[in-house]
Design a protein around this ligand. Structure first.
Ligand code: ZN
Length: 280
């Protein structure tokens, strides 16, 4: 077991080094460009690109955040959806401010958490409207592979909306749950049984894909404390409610290794420069 952990630790360091070497940083001009950030759930904006939002604000960029779902399913077995919805809205507004944005810079589509794909047509209409109204030069959206269903749905809804409008924009896809791959965190980290080995193979493919696809970076060392402070505003996701041991937090995932992925020196993106043609 110790040898496996050592191998994982060495591989993780090599992967970090390779990702940092292979990625091209967004330059100052690009940091100044206007942006719209699509977050499937309240907290994804901070986890996936909180450091970048802070850097862009420092550069004076116009940034808006669109929350796709209400986040009311994260602890639905422990609290009513209506109470959780309100709680997450309040927390996210505080996080938005901690990222240097006025609350009015956020939009709330309020689709039901975990069911976004069922609302696809309406979501495309509403996302298209926002994109058309603000015409951002950059669009931040979730990476699609190995992600939660609402992240995959957001990815696809935003792509369809941009294609419809024929919007020329730089798309920057940020990973969240797909960080959970060997050797970075949890999944596939324990080898031995056939299932675990298969999970390890799948996760390793994911790691290779990261190296191949996440080739754009933003250095966040100098704003990482502010990013952490913004994430702490999502109290329901970061702290046990009333200290209840059964209340899961992001820090529980892979014994904290998952959360650590978001406080590295860089945030990474898959970049697509979109020159779509309007499909009407
Ligand atoms: Zn999410």
């Amino acid at each position: 077991m110790r040898r496996q952990e050592h191998l994982r630790s060495v591989s993780r360091s090599l992967q970090r080094l390779a990702m940092a070497r292979l990625a091209t940083p967004l330059d100052d001009g690009e940091l100044r460009r206007s942006a719209m950030v699509f977050a499937p759930h309240p907290d994804d904006e901070t986890l996936g690109c909180g450091g970048t939002i802070l850097q862009k604000r420092r550069s004076g960029a116009d940034v808006r955040i669109v929350f796709m779902t209400d986040g009311a399913a994260s602890h639905a077995h422990l609290i009513s959806r209506s109470e959780l919805r309100l709680m997450r809205r309040r927390e996210a507004l505080e996080a938005v401010e901690a990222l240097g944005l006025a609350p009015a810079r956020s939009s709330w589509l309020d689709f039901p958490d975990a069911e976004l794909s069922l609302w696809r047509a309406e979501a495309v209409t509403r996302v298209s409207r926002l994109l058309e109204q603000h015409r951002p030069q950059q669009v931040f959206l979730p990476y699609a592979r190995g992600e939660h269903s609402d992240h995959v749905a957001t990815h696809s809804i935003v792509y369809e909306s941009i294609a419809r409008l024929g919007l020329a924009a730089t798309l920057l896809e940020y990973p969240v749950w797909s960080w959970r791959h060997w050797p970075v965190a949890g999944e596939g980290s324990s080898w031995g049984k056939a299932r675990a080995v298969l999970a390890g193979c799948r996760a390793t493919v994911c790691g290779v894909r990261f190296l191949r696809e996440l080739r754009t970076s933003v250095a966040i060392q100098d704003v990482v404390a502010q990013k952490r402070a913004a994430l702490e505003r999502h109290v329901s996701q970061m702290r046990r409610r009333n200290g209840a041991p059964c209340w899961p937090t992001l820090g529980d995932v892979d014994q904290g290794e998952f959360l650590a992925c978001f406080f590295q020196e860089y945030e990474y993106y898959r970049r697509v420069d979109f020159r779509g043609t309007a499909r009407g």
